[in-house]
Design a protein around this ligand. Structure first.
Ligand code: AMP
Ligand code: ZN
Length: 760
C-alpha cells in the first residue's frame, strides 16, 4: 500500500517514493536551544514523529536527523537582523552559550520523551558543523553563487532562478516587502541572504574562516547537517509553516547550487498551534510549555492525544477546555485498554476478517497524508465493536505503534479481592431487592476507583481514571472532592432557584493569599447572624492559596470554592460565581477590599427600592459626552459603580443578564455592567459611607505596565464601542440643566483627576 503525502513543493498529495527503498531519509528542522520549547514547537515535532511512525508501520526503515540550533538564529529570522538569540539568552541568564545550549537541549530531549516522540538517530549541533558549512560556502563562492561584501558572505539570489518556488514568494514580491525596512548596504540585491557573517569586535562566539572571523547564517546549518548525515539528496524534510520562507527556500538554493542535485523530494510543513487567535510563539508571549501542563496535572500524552484530533495541515486552537477534553478521552481509552490487557493478542496472520477490515481502515487513514483524526475514530470503533477481546487488544497495540499513546504499557485491570467481594454482595442484595443497600455497595466500589455499569450481558466493571487538573495540588479537606471548572458554563446556573440566604458574597481569587485572608475574614466577621454565603472562584491562583481556600471551606460551611483549570477572563470568572450564587443580594468584592463594619445592614436597606439596581461605595461619572473619561463622584446618582465593591439584587440579573465575558480584564468591566443596569432603567448609586476600605490593588500593581496597558486598552475600546454613543444613559441626561452641569459645572473637566483606572 502506498503512503500519500502532501508535498509543499508540488502543492499536491502524491504517492511517496523514496530514493532507495526501504530506506527513507528524513530531516527535521530542530529546536533553537536558548529557551524551553513551547507546545507549538512540540506540535511540529509530533508531526514529524507521526510521519516517521507511519512510514515504519508501512515497513520503511527511517533514518531521522534532527538538528540542534545552537548558533546563528537571529532575532529577526526573515532578514538576519538583530542579535543572536543564543547570545542574548546567555547574557540574560549569566551563563555561557554552551551552558545554555546544553541545558535547553536536555530539556527538549526530556519533553520529546514525555510526548513519546521517538528520538532521532542523530541530533547534530550547528556549532559542531562549522567546517561543513564553510565547505559549502567555499563551493558556492567557487561556483559564483555567493559573494563577499564587507565582512559578510551572501548568497546571490539572482543567480538561482528557482528561488521562491517552494514558498510562492516571487522576487518582485519579496523586494516590495524588503523596501519597507532598512536595507543592508552590503547586499547586491535586497533579498540576498547571509551565509557567513563577520563577527565584529564584540561578539564572543565566532570561528575563523577564509573571510575572517565570523559565524554562520541560520539557513546554512541545515544544508550542511542534512547533507552530512543523510547525503546530498533527502527523501523528506519537515518543519513548521513558518520555516517555509526564508529558511527552507534558502536551504534549497544553497544545497542545489552547491551540489547541482535536487535537494529534497518531499517537503512537509505542519500548521500552527494557535492560542487565543494567534500563533503560539515565544515572541508573542502567548505560550505554554509541557511543564506548564504537568504543573496543572495534565499528562503530556493528553496533549499528544489532542494533537491527534486535528490534521497536521490544519491550525489547531489550543484551549484548556479542549486539552481537558482530550485528556479525559485519553484516560477513557487507557481504561478501555486496561480492560483488554492481559488477553493474549493473536498473531496478525490469524486475525479475523473483521479485524483485518478495521486494520485496513486505520492504515488507509494514516497513509492518506497522516489523517490521524480518522485513525482515532477507527480506534474507538474497534473498542465499541464486537470483536473478541484478544483481537481488539492486538489491533490497538498495532495502532499504537503509530499513535504512540503508550497503550502497550497499560496494566491489566485486576479487580482487587475486596472490590470483587463488594460486587458479589451487591448482586446478592439486588436479587433480594434491597436496592438502597445495593446502591451503597456500588458507591463503595466507585470510591475504590471502579466504574460499575449494568448491561444486558450482566454487570461490568472497569477501572475509572480520575482526572483533576490543577487540583493535584489541592487535596480535599472535607471528604468531598474539590469542585473544578474549565469555564463559567461548567457551573450549573442557580439563577432561577429561589433565594436560599440573604447575601452571596462573590470573590475572584488569583493569588495574594494575605489579601484574600484579610478580605474573607472581614466579610465573615461582620456577617453576624445574617444568612451569608461566600462563593469564591479560585482563578488560577498559586497552590498555597488554593489549598488555604479548601481548608477554609472545610472549616466554614458558608464558604464554597470553585477551582478553575486555567486562568479565566475576569468577566467569565465573575459569572462562574454569579451562576452559583443563591442570596437575595449579591455583593461583589475585590480581594483588596476589607469590610470594616456592618456593610450588610445598609445594603439591605438600600436595595429593596425597585428602581435601584446597583450600589457601591465608589461611583464615577463621565466627564465627556462620549463616555471616554470618568471621574470619581460622591453620588448618590452616578453613571457607574466601581467593581471593587458592588451589590445588587440577584433577581435583577434575570433582566440585566450576566457579565459580558469578552471583558477579560477587570477594568471597564464594572462600567459595562453598570451600563447594562442603566440600560434596563435601573439607577446606580454611590453609597460612600459603606464601611469598606481598599488596600493596594495588587491585580493592578503587580502587572507589567505594558501588559496592563494592553489589557486596559482592549477593554477600553470594547466599552467605547458598545456604549460610547449612549449618552442617554448618563446621569441627568433627561434633565438638560444637570447634564451640562455634570460636564462643565467645574469649568475644567480635564482638570478633574481622571479616574485612576481609565487609560488615557
Ligand atoms: P524554533 O525552535 O523556534 O526554531 O522552532 C522549532 C519548530 O517549531 C519549527 O519547525 C517551527 O516552525 C515550529 N513552530 C514554531 N511555532 C509554532 C506553532 N505555534 N505551532 C506549530 N509549530 C511551531
Ligand atoms: Zn532547518
Amino acid at each position: 500500500m502506498t503512503v500519500r503525502l502532501y508535498n509543499t513543493r508540488t502543492r499536491q498529495k502524491e504517492p511517496f517514493t523514496p530514493l532507495a527503498p526501504p530506506m527513507v531519509t528524513l530531516y527535521t528542522c530542530g529546536p533553537t536551544v536558548y529557551r524551553y520549547a513551547h507546545l507549538g514547537n512540540m506540535r511540529t515535532f509530533l508531526m514529524a514523529d507521526l510521519l516517521r511512525r507511519t512510514l515504519a508501520y508501512n515497513g520503511y526503515e527511517v533514518r531521522h536527523v534532527k538538528n540542534i540550533t545552537d548558533v546563528g538564529h537571529m532575532q529577526d529570522d526573515t532578514f538576519d537582523r538583530g542579535e543572536d538569540k543564543m547570545l542574548l539568552s546567555a547574557a540574560a541568564e549569566g551563563k555561557s552559550p554552551q551552558e545554555i545550549a546544553a541545558y535547553y537541549t536536555d530539556a527538549f530531549r526530556r519533553d520529546e520523551a514525555r510526548l513519546h516522540i521517538l528520538p532521532a538517530q542523530v541530533f547534530p549541533r550547528a556549532s559542531e558543523h562549522i567546517p561543513e558549512m564553510l565547505t559549502i560556502v567555499r563551493r558556492l563562492m567557487d561556483r559564483g553563487y555567493a559573494y563577499q561584501s564587507g565582512d559578510n558572505v551572501y548568497f546571490d539570489v539572482g543567480r538561482f532562478p528557482a528561488y521562491g518556488r517552494l514558498s510562492g514568494n516571487r522576487r518582485e514580491h519579496l523586494r516590495a516587502g524588503i523596501h519597507r525596512v532598512e536595507l543592508d548596504p552590503n547586499k547586491r540585491n535586497p533579498e540576498d541572504f547571509t551565509l557567513w557573517k563577520g563577527a565584529g569586535p564584540h561578539r564572543t562566539m565566532f570561528w575563523e574562516s577564509p573571510w575572517g572571523p565570523g559565524y554562520p547564517g541560520w539557513h546554512i546549518e541545515c544544508s550542511a547537517m542534512s547533507m552530512k548525515h543523510l547525503g546530498a539528496q533527502l527523501d523528506l524534510h519537515t518543519g513548521g509553516v513558518d520555516n517555509l520562507f526564508p529558511h527552507h527556500e534558502s536551504e534549497i538554493a544553497q544545497s542545489e547550487a552547491a551540489t547541482g542535485l535536487p535537494f529534497v523530494r518531499s517537503w512537509l510543513h505542519g500548521e500552527h498551534l494557535m492560542f487565543a487567535g494567534t500563533r503560539m510563539a515565544k515572541s508573542a508571549g502567548n505560550y505554554y510549555t509541557l511543564s506548564d501542563l504537568r504543573a496543572r496535572g495534565y499528562d503530556p500524552l493528553g496533549f499528544r492525544y489532542l494533537c491527534l484530533t486535528a490534521h497536521y495541515r490544519s491550525k489547531l486552537n489550543f484551549t484548556w477546555a479542549s486539552l481537558t477534553a482530550a485528556q479525559l478521552a485519553y484516560l477513557r481509552l487507557r481504561d478501555a485498554v486496561a480492560h483488554l490487557a492481559g488477553s493474549d493478542p493473536p498473531d496478525p496472520a490469524a486475525w479475523s476478517e473483521g479485524a483485518m477490515a478495521l486494520e485496513a481502515r486505520f492504515r488507509n487513514a494514516i497513509n492518506d497524508d497522516l489523517h490521524l483524526p480518522t485513525a482515532l475514530a477507527v480506534v474507538w470503533e474497534v473498542l465499541r465493536g464486537g470483536l473478541p477481546r484478544a483481537e481488539k487488544y492486538a489491533l490497538l497495540l498495532a495502532f499504537d505503534r503509530v499513535l504512540g499513546l503508550g497503550l502497550d504499557r497499560v496494566a491489566p485491570a485486576v479487580l482487587p479481592p475486596a472490590v470483587a467481594a463488594l460486587l458479589e454482595e451487591r448482586e446478592a442484595l439486588r436479587r433480594g431487592r434491597c436496592y438502597q443497600e445495593a446502591d451503597a455497595r456500588r458507591d463503595q466500589v466507585r470510591a475504590a476507583g471502579w466504574e460499575v455499569s449494568d448491561t444486558r450481558q450482566g454487570t461490568q466493571v472497569s477501572p475509572r481514571s480520575r482526572f483533576t487538573p490543577t487540583l493535584v495540588r489541592v487535596s480535599p479537606r472535607h471528604g468531598r472532592p474539590p469542585r473544578i471548572i474549565t469555564g463559567a458554563r461548567d457551573v450549573p446556573s442557580r439563577l432561577a432557584e429561589p433565594d436560599r440566604c440573604e447575601f452571596s458574597v462573590n470573590l475572584v481569587v488569583s493569588g495574594w493569599l494575605e489579601d484574600v485572608q484579610r478580605c474573607l475574614t472581614s466579610v465573615v466577621r461582620w456577617a453576624g447572624e445574617r444568612r451569608v454565603e461566600v462563593v469564591v472562584v479560585q482563578n488560577d491562583a498559586d497552590a498555597a492559596t488554593a489549598q488555604w481556600l479548601e481548608q477554609a471551606a472545610a472549616d466554614d460551611p458558608r464558604l464554597r470554592v470553585l477551582h478553575t483549570t486555567h486562568h479565566l477572563g475576569e468577566g467569565e470568572a465573575r459569572n462562574a460565581g454569579l451562576r452559583d450564587s443563591t442570596g437575595t443580594i449579591v455583593l461583589l468584592l475585590d480581594t483588596s477590599a476589607e469590610v470594616t463594619g456592618d456593610i450588610y445592614g445598609p445594603l439591605w436597606a438600600a436595595l429593596p427600592a425597585p428602581a435601584v439596581g446597583l450600589v457601591g461605595p465608589r461611583g464615577v461619572r463621565s466627564v465627556d459626552e462620549h463616555l471616554h473619561h470618568f471621574t470619581d463622584h460622591p453620588g448618590p446618582e452616578v453613571d457607574a459603580v466601581l467593581g471593587y465593591c458592588m451589590a445588587f439584587r440577584r433577581a435583577a440579573l434575570r433582566r440585566v443578564g450576566l457579565m459580558d465575558e469578552r471583558f477579560r480584564f477587570y477594568r471597564n468591566l464594572d462600567l459595562d455592567f453598570s451600563f447594562a443596569f442603566r440600560d434596563q432603567g435601573y439607577r446606580t448609586l454611590a453609597l460612600p459611607d459603606l464601611p469598606v476600605v481598599f488596600h493596594e490593588h495588587r491585580g493592578w500593581t503587580s502587572l507589567d505596565p505594558t501588559e496592563r496597558d494592553k489589557l486596559s486598552r482592549r477593554n477600553y475600546y470594547r466599552f467605547a464601542k458598545k456604549w460610547g454613543e449612549r449618552r442617554d444613559l448618563l446621569v441627568g441626561s433627561h434633565r438638560a440643566d444637570q447634564h451640562d452641569g455634570a460636564d462643565h459645572d467645574h469649568g475644567h473637566p480635564h482638570d478633574a483627576h481622571d479616574h485612576p483606572e481609565r487609560p488615557r
